[in-house]
Write a protein that binds this ligand. Structure first.
Ligand code: NAP
Length: 260
């Protein structure tokens, strides 16, 4: 097993990509601490893991709030003793509007959940990781950090910001035994976020959701989206010793959409 005796804190793990990562990490031996705002989804994932003999626990938190971030980290540490692996995955897309119509409070919320929460949780995790000379942080960014699409400026800015945070934290952490990397998924069409975005884009473009999706997927080399499990497998690689020499990288898992 790749993550035996490891404790992983995975944000946004009630559904979608976070849930897939939690299930896979638990199968690989990690004790997984789950967090998001919706308790029923977290409880369901915890049950899925424990019913298969894995270790999991959860606490609800709105990660746009500093107090919630601090509380959830401390509950995770109390429950499993430490955090060896931090996966910053939680987030929402935000309004699908052009820059000139983007409400500032919504911009701030998108930045807060993707970028500020990742910064705060890194800040809380690093001292323990440095003391143990071991740890991994994985930031879930996006193809949106590397491409140019309309109507999601806060999301793209937050995801690009995560790549900067990844490189700088990696530079500080590398000689303390801690590796920091990022993942850039393409369209994971099965998730709530992706479906909601597809429907909204279709409305804006005055096409059917099927047409909108077909057009987007047609621009990807593989001609299809990615599954949550495909993203989780890449996350497992980056969070395990299989990637022991990978530091400060942003890995595209997008079927061939971005090439840097
Ligand atoms: N799906 C894609 O195509 C795609 C592509 C590239 C990158 N990504 C990234 O992958 C990550 C997961 O996305 P997904 O597609 O799996 O979306 P999802 O199914 O909507 O899951 C998002 C998760 O984040 C949690 N979350 C959202 N806002 C939160 C908040 N304020 N505080 C705490 N938790 C919060 C949600 O739970 P609650 O709502 O219960 O809080 C949920 O568990 C995101 O960072 C996303 O940007 C997704």
């Amino acid at each position: 097993m790749l993550l035996e005796n490891k404790v992983a804190l995975i944000t946004g793990s009630g559904r979608g990509i976070g849930r897939a990562m939690a299930l896979l990490f638990a199968q690989e031996g990690a004790a997984v601490f789950l967090t998001a705002r919706t308790g029923s989804e977290l409880a369901a994932v915890e049950k899925e893991i424990t019913s298969q003999g894995g270790m999991a626990a959860h606490a609800t938190a709105d990660l746009t709030l500093e107090m919630d971030v601090e509380r959830v980290f401390s509950v995770a540490e109390k429950k499993f003793g430490r955090v060896d692996i931090l996966v910053n995955n939680a987030g929402h897309y935000g309004p699908v509007v052009p820059v000139e119509e983007y409400p500032l409070d919504e911009f701030d919320k998108v930045i807060a959940v993707h970028l500020r929460a990742a910064f705060l949780l890194s800040k809380l995790s690093l001292p323990g990781m440095y003391a143990r000379k071991s740890g991994v942080i994985l930031n879930v960014s996006s193809l949106s950090a590397k491409a140019a699409f309309p109507w999601g400026s806060a999301y793209a800015a937050a995801k690009a910001g995560l790549l900067g945070l990844t490189r700088y934290t990696a530079a500080e952490a590398a000689r303390n035994g801690v590796r920091v990397n990022a993942l850039c998924p393409g369209p994971v069409t099965e998730t709530a976020m992706s479906k909601e975005l597809g429907n909204t884009l279709a409305k804006r473009l005055n096409v059917s959701p099927e047409e909108q999706l077909k057009g987007f997927l047609g621009s990807i080399l593989q001609g299809r989206g990615q599954t949550a499990m495909e993203i989780a497998q890449a996350a497992l690689f980056l969070c395990s010793d299989m990637s022991s020499a990978m530091v400060g990288q942003s890995i595209n898992v997008d079927g061939g959409a971005a090439f840097y």
